[in-house]
Write a protein that binds this ligand. Structure first.
Ligand SMILES: *[C@@H]1O[C@H](CO)[C@@H](O)[C@H](O)[C@H]1NC(C)=O
Ligand SMILES: *[C@@H]1O[C@H](CO)[C@@H](O)[C@H](O)[C@H]1NC(C)=O
Length: 320
């Protein structure tokens, strides 16, 4: 568990009480980084002091990096902040475990505040409600929106339009939507974002169509700046046109195109891509690789990116 790293990906907490005022229920508990924690009076502070449990540390670096790290770093001000919303479904426990590991066991993004949250619609099944609540306590990374679980019937709208209210007390420069079959390399994305404008941004895998180079960004993962998410939250025209129905990535592009928003567009092809059937098209400069639809493909991905390369020899387990 590394407390030593520079300001980077600290996983913050928002005051749950403030959020309960909203219709949307959000579980956000303190994470490891006490120095940057806001509103630590939530359940998490009582039930699981992060240091005592070691939970929720998304800033773990591979063992080799930990050993080599400078023990007395200075904290630097974040240059940018990014909320990563992984849209998933309550029953996908195993996948969520893997995705949590994927985010936890990657190098931190330097000088950035990055929070990763798993995003659901209402968790209506009582079994899931119990188990997801335990994830919320343990990991503090669950966001439950006021919608019915779906993919192309408004979940993305619910997410983007809720974020500005849910996170009003600690706004982010950028808001990302991604999926639970995408391996996102946060540091690589942050390095892309660092020199970009903080406003009117729409970045991802540009999907060329109808002679336009990037009328929308592929749903594997896209980033909008905070002002764009704020606009979505107030844009009655989206609802009036029933434009929450349909392929979510295409629809986001449609909203922005019609309104002239997200004009600072960046296409991260080929650094964002679908993993091929044969899993032979990984790139060292990957920002995001998508189509990780089974454990075999996740394992290949972790292997390619040397996620366990720094593991200490042990008689207790075998390394790949
Ligand atoms: C919106 O779309 C849904 C699904 O296609 C349809 O059932 C509903 O009637 C539409 N509503 C409006 C206001 O057009
Ligand atoms: C993984 O480690 C190998 C051996 O050190 C290295 O050659 C390769 O570039 C690394 N791969 C990535 C994606 O960093």
């Amino acid at each position: 568990m590394s407390m030593k790293a520079p300001a980077s990906s600290s996983y913050l907490l928002l005051a749950p009480l403030a959020l309960l005022v909203l219709v949307v229920v959000v579980f956000l508990l303190p994470s490891l980084d006490g120095s940057q924690r806001v509103g630590s009076d939530g359940l998490g502070g009582v039930l699981c002091s992060p240091r005592s449990t070691g939970a929720d540390d998304y800033t773990v670096a591979p063992a080799a990096a930990v050993a080599a790290a400078d023990p007395t770093p200075t904290r630097e001000e974040p240059e940018l902040s990014l909320l990563v919303g992984v849209l998933t479904m309550p029953k996908r426990y195993e996948r969520r475990d893997i995705v949590r590991l994927a985010y936890a066991l990657q190098p931190e993004a330097a000088r950035a505040r990055v929070d990763v949250r798993f995003v659901f619609c209402r968790v209506s099944d009582p079994v899931d409600a119990q188990l997801v609540a335990m994830e919320a306590i343990r990991h503090g990374d669950v966001v439950e929106l006021d919608c019915e679980e779906n993919m192309n019937h408004g979940k993305t709208y619910a997410y983007l339009s809720s974020v500005p209210r849910l996170f009003a007390s600690t706004p982010y420069d950028y808001v990302m939507k991604t999926d639970d079959d995408t391996y996102l390399r946060v540091a690589a994305l942050v390095d892309e974002l660092r020199p970009k404008p903080r406003d009117d941004v729409y970045l991802g895998y540009g999907y060329a169509m109808g002679g336009h180079p990037m009328p929308f960004m592929h749903g594997m993962g896209y980033v909008v700046s905070w002002d764009v998410a704020s606009w979505v939250s107030t844009a009655e025209e989206i609802l009036a046109r029933n434009d929450t129905e349909g392929p979510e990535d295409l629809m986001v592009g449609k909203w922005l195109n019609l309104a002239g928003r997200g004009r600072n567009r960046y296409d991260l092809k080929p650094r964002m891509y679908d993993l091929s059937w044969d899993m032979d098209n990984f790139r060292p400069d990957t920002v995001a690789v998508h189509m990780l639809k089974d454990n075999r493909r996740w394992a290949a991905t972790f292997s390619y990116f040397n996620v366990t390369a720094g593991i200490e020899p042990s008689k207790l387990h075998h390394s790949p």
